[in-house]
Design a protein around this ligand. Structure first.
Ligand SMILES: Cc1cc2nc3c(=O)[nH]c(=O)nc-3n(C[C@H](O)[C@H](O)[C@H](O)COP(=O)(O)O)c2cc1C
Length: 367
């Protein structure tokens, strides 16, 4: 293998309007280090700036409204106190030469009134998630039944996302990613195992994707198409969702995104080597001339391979970024990666969050 092929991940790339210095993207990851008022903390500033050598950071999912918390200490982007703290994050990342997009998100039924001042959760449906329960301020409890959103309430949801995009822009984010994955609100409309509506937002894929594209269009009005991304995960069953035709979902969402000349289309796989996932990536690649980002179980080698083949324009790394703030440098040097301490994922505090070791300075000698 010659060098130019080996190090494609380290080459610059233009994703929409964003000029990245490499093709290594940090995946959105919830780490529950905000305050109970959903304000980002100084620790979060440190965490993100430590990872600023990524070509692009995508933040953890961020609440579009005060009744859209799922994880108790998840951050929001709906008030000025939050905005001011996020501004510290974007300033620090930019000062370090990095780029950062915000993932904006509504959990829909994947939360509980206990986490939202008693306010009922909302969804495309009135059926609850079927699983073993949810963590709330009052401990672990059974999932609650959501309230089915009326059609006249949907413009209000779009307005929340629009406001979040406006706030993200004011806070200095380079782009926004619309969270259309993982069985959260927009995915509860997209997937036919959950969406049981008979109005203009239910039924065929054009109807089920309607809310997602209303949100994308609102974000495009705020940011311009080249700075708007979407993430979908058609084969990920998380939060009790599935679809009878995942290929049809990918085809429709990719076609519509392409038509709008969106900036970053991300397909989130469980494991990118799975043949069913590969097939979906191929479908997306055939449709999209705009950038395609792939995620799910990538290593340095497999990321290189998918960029080399032209399947992906950039590769999105999640768990490797938890324990390796200097992942780009480690890839460059073929250095071993630190292991993730899974007990600290949502533990709060600096331990297992901002205290993962960087490569020792002297390891450069072996480069
Ligand atoms: C601790 C943790 C938190 C996560 N939080 C989010 C999130 O807020 N938004 C999102 O879209 N995905 C989230 N994910 C999924 C990751 O972004 C990524 O898709 C997944 O870990 C697969 O990529 P990987 O194999 O490189 O880890 C999370 C994953 C982990 C491990």
């Amino acid at each position: 293998m010659n060098n130019s092929v080996k190090d494609l991940l380290l080459t610059p790339v233009k994703l929409g309007d964003l000029q990245l210095r490499n093709r290594i993207v940090m995946s959105p990851m919830t780490r529950t280090r905000a305050t109970l008022a959903h304000v980002p903390t100084e620790l979060m500033v440190e965490h993100y700036v430590q990872r600023a050598s990524a070509g692009l950071i995508i933040t953890e999912c961020t609440m579009v409204s005060g009744t859209a918390s799922a994880f108790i200490t998840d951050p929001g982007i709906y008030n000025d106190a939050q905005l001011a703290q996020w501004r510290k994050v974007t300033d620090a990342v930019h000062a370090a030469g990095g780029l950062i997009a915000m993932q904006i998100w509504h959990p829909g039924r994947a939360t509980h009134p206990y986490n939202n001042d008693g306010v009922e959760s909302v969804s495309s449906t009135d059926r609850a998630i079927r699983d073993d329960g949810i963590n709330t301020l009052a401990g672990k409890v059974p999932q609650s039944k959501p309230r089915r959103l009326r059609i006249d309430e949907l413009p209000g949801i779009v307005a929340q996302f629009r406001k979040a995009a406006e706030n993200a822009k004011r806070a200095g984010f380079d782009a926004v990613q619309i969270h259309g994955a993982h069985g959260y609100l927009l995915d509860q409309f997209l997937r036919d195992s959950v969406n049981d509506r008979s109005d203009a937002y239910g039924g065929g894929i054009a109807n089920r994707a309607r809310l997602l594209f209303e949100v994308i269009d609102a974000a495009i009005e705020v940011y311009g198409a080249g700075r708007v991304g979407v993430r979908i995960s058609p084969l990920v069953p998380y939060n009790d969702v599935s679809d009878s035709d995942p290929a049809g979902v990918v085809r429709y969402v990719a076609e519509q995104f392409e038509k709008r000349r969106g900036g970053l289309f991300e397909l989130r796989h469980n494991q990118h080597t799975d043949p069913a996932e590969l097939e979906l990536a191929g479908i997306a690649r055939n449709i999209l001339t705009v950038p395609l980002l792939l995620n799910g179980g990538y290593t340095r080698e497999s990321g290189e391979a998918d960029v080399a083949s032209g399947l992906a324009d950039a590769v999105v790394y999640g768990k490797p970024y938890i324990a390796n703030p200097d992942l780009v440098e480690r890839f460059r040097l073929r250095a071993p990666l630190n292991d993730v301490d899974f007990s600290k994922l949502y533990a709060g505090g600096a331990s297992g969050y901002t205290d993962y070791a960087r490569l020792a300075e002297n390891s450069h000698e072996h480069a």
